[in-house]
Design a protein around this ligand. Structure first.
Ligand code: SAM
Length: 333
């Protein structure tokens, strides 16, 4: 049962899962690096989306996602009692670091099978395990030791006065940035907040295994129930493109409320661009329609820097990241 770990990424339940996922990773790599550049070559054509080659690409992209998730979901579910016991044991060993209300109601918008993950972020008790291995395929092996999360955390803005007592990681998923934030801001209380309890239970187990003292809390980024003016640093890494547009201003208002004067907010997410090149539009449409990513087109089309300004946050930096995402930092004056 216990096949140990490879650094920060635990092993899958079986060796066969591992080789299956290695195949899925190669398929994803082929779809993105070999097939998509060919589509870019004819993306401006009026029939680009309907051409047989594009349809094959879409089919392969979707099937790769479906098969990755189903393999992982089935494999972990066959050993559900074992993995649930692991989560329970972590919770018992450090009960003061995982915070949730058993009566918390997950809003409907957060119950989708996002990216086609069965049960999404909230609907399956082992979603954290499945997500960790599914995103290994998504990141094509480049994040097995949280390397990309470390890079994200290196980009996080800190207050000019250098005082960092409280740090918040909004939409923290399985806490890969949360633990990296604690390693950067060693003296601070670091808290990861997410709507998905199964992710947070896994995040908590993972952090306790790593011996990193962080807190995880189930909650809503738009209504965190955390105290006003107490946070020095807040991060939202790829959260906004996964929430409905109507929540953008609510979340930004909540961030403004939580930050102390001089506190910094960092958003790392898809670039906002209403005039995307045709190939990017095609991919965005594919994601929205066939990869259960329905909220991202509105985020990409938004003038997010302006929304931050409207929320009372002064934008201090806006630019691309080394991984083709966009980083915007702001300060509460
Ligand atoms: C793409 S994941 C973020 C990845 C994560 N930040 C990381 O470091 O890898 C988006 C996360 O946002 C969470 N989420 C979505 N809507 C939310 C909301 N309203 N409040 C809090 N978390 C939310 C989801 O449960 C999911 O874990």
């Amino acid at each position: 049962m216990n096949r140990g770990t490879t650094g920060l990424l635990p092993r899958t339940p079986t060796l066969e899962d591992e080789s299956y996922l290695a195949f899925m990773e190669s398929l994803r790599n082929h779809n993105i690096r070999a097939m998509f550049p060919r589509i870019m070559g004819f993306a401006e054509a009026p029939d680009a989306d309907a051409r047989p080659y594009t349809r094959l690409w879409k089919r392969l992209m979707r099937s790769q996602q479906q098969q990755t998730w189903h393999k992982l979901h089935d494999s972990f579910a066959q050993r559900r009692a074992h993995y649930e016991a692991e989560l329970d044991a972590a919770e018992r060993s450090h009960p003061g670091r995982l915070h949730y209300d058993p009566n918390f109601e997950v809003p409907k918008y957060a119950t989708l099978d996002i990216h086609l993950q069965p049960g999404g972020y909230c609907g399956d008790s082992l979603a954290g395990y499945v997500f960790h291995h599914g995103t290994k395929v998504f990141y094509q092996g480049d994040n097995d030791q949280d390397e990309l999360h470390q890079q994200v955390v290196d980009l996080v803005a800190a207050p000019d006065d250098g005082k960092v007592h409280r740090v918040l990681d909004l939409g923290c998923s399985i806490g890969q940035c949360t633990t990296a934030l604690k390693q950067r801001f060693t003296q601070a209380e670091v808290r990861g907040l997410d709507v998905g309890l199964p992710l947070l239970r896994y995040a908590h187990k993972r952090a306790t295994d790593l011996g990193i003292d962080v807190h995880f809390q189930q909650g809503l980024a738009e209504d965190t129930r955390l105290p006003s003016g107490q946070y020095d640093v807040i991060l939202a890494y790829i959260l906004f493109h996964e929430v409905p547009e109507r929540l953008f201003t609510q979340i930004l208002g909540e961030v403004h409320r939580l930050l102390r004067p001089g506190g910094r907010f960092t958003v790392i997410d898809a670039p906002n661009n209403p005039n995307l090149p045709a190939a990017n539009k095609l991919w965005l449409k594919f994601d929205a329609l066939y990869n259960c990513e329905p909220y991202s087109p509105a985020f990409v089309a938004s003038d997010f820097g302006q929304l931050m300004t409207d929320a009372g946050l002064r934008v201090t930096h806006s630019g691309p990241t080394p991984t083709f995402l966009h980083c915007t930092t702001a300060v509460k004056d």
